[in-house]
Design a protein around this ligand. Structure first.
Ligand SMILES: Nc1ncnc2c1ncn2[C@@H]1O[C@H](COP(=O)(O)OP(=O)(O)O)[C@@H](O)[C@H]1O
Ligand SMILES: [Mg+2]
Length: 250
């Protein structure tokens, strides 16, 4: 048994156009992974492939189990990129969290208690009765994380959850993520196109631009002393987004 989410020879195309090509990755379970890359680089596509929302070729496994089978047995939390979700329905925050409990047979009283507990964990308890549509984007993300916790997902996928958040909200978001990750032993896979504080919080950062940017190319950039002097350590990590991408038309 390997404690990895494995991605092998993953290729995804839309109408014959390749969005991801031959991605091979091993992501350790129980860690906070961040996928970076330019707009259009395939971050959303990768997350959707893991969530089972786009057809792909290749193999995705969790502890050697095909993810299609895994998804039948367990929930995987998924927070879509903002703008991809619709909140035009009359549900309160706590009711959205309760939706995560649909697999479990329990009384509505127990469901409610659990949902409120998870809202507490994401610091949204005081907003429990607010209509989900009235909350800010960042607050909605927190409610969706509470829903993923309610569904007892061990894997949570977040597609650019920080978009539109000010730096202070971003750091409190990261801190909340770290806490729930430790408490529940979660594997988090989050996409970001923005360096922000990502490298300070993430336990693993990888970069895709249609293909996985090879680690040794990232390391090469990390070792450029002039870059280090000019911009400090974090900037060097961002550099790999701008590698000229090989036009591997397939
Ligand atoms: N539903 C779709 N239909 C056709 N092309 C798509 C679709 N979704 C994404 N693409 C294309 O796939 C590529 C990767 O997109 P995406 O995964 O959204 O990248 P990112 O999230 O990194 O910005 C882009 O060229 C995009 O135009
Ligand atoms: Mg995207």
């Amino acid at each position: 048994m390997s404690d990895f989410l494995g991605i092998k020879s993953l290729t995804v195309s839309y109408d014959g156009k390749v969005a991801l090509y031959n991605i091979n990755l091993k992501l350790e379970l129980g860690k906070f992974h961040v996928v970076m890359g330019p707009n259009g680089g395939g971050k959303t596509t990768l997350i959707k492939a893991i969530a089972g929302l786009v057809p792909y070729s290749g193999k995705i496994t969790i502890k050697n189990m095909d993810i299609r089978k895994y998804r039948k047995l367990y929930s995987i939390g998924y927070l879509a990129q903002r703008g991809a979700q619709f909140y035009d329905f009359p549900l309160s925050a706590v009711e959205v969290v309760e939706m995560g409990r649909y697999r479990f047979k329990e009384s509505s009283k127990v469901k409610r208690e659990k949902a409120l507990q998870f809202l507490k964990e994401v610091k949204m308890f005081s907003h429990a009765n607010r209509p989900i549509g009235d909350l800010s984007g960042g607050q909605q993300q927190r409610v969706l994380i509470a829903r993923a916790l309610a569904s007892e997902s061990h894997i949570i996928l977040m597609d650019e959850p920080l978009t539109g958040m000010d730096p202070r909200s971003q750091s409190s978001f990261y801190e909340m993520i770290e806490k729930i990750k430790e408490k529940h032993g979660l594997t988090i896979i989050m996409s970001s196109h923005d360096i922000g504080f990502t490298t300070a919080y993430a336990e693993n950062v990888f970069c895709i631009n249609r293909k996985l940017i090879p680690h040794n190319e990232v390391v090469k950039l990390l070792n450029e002393p002039e870059v280090a002097r000019m911009y400090g350590p974090n900037f060097r990590l961002t550099k790999h987004f701008h590698l000229p991408s090989e036009e591997d038309d397939v």
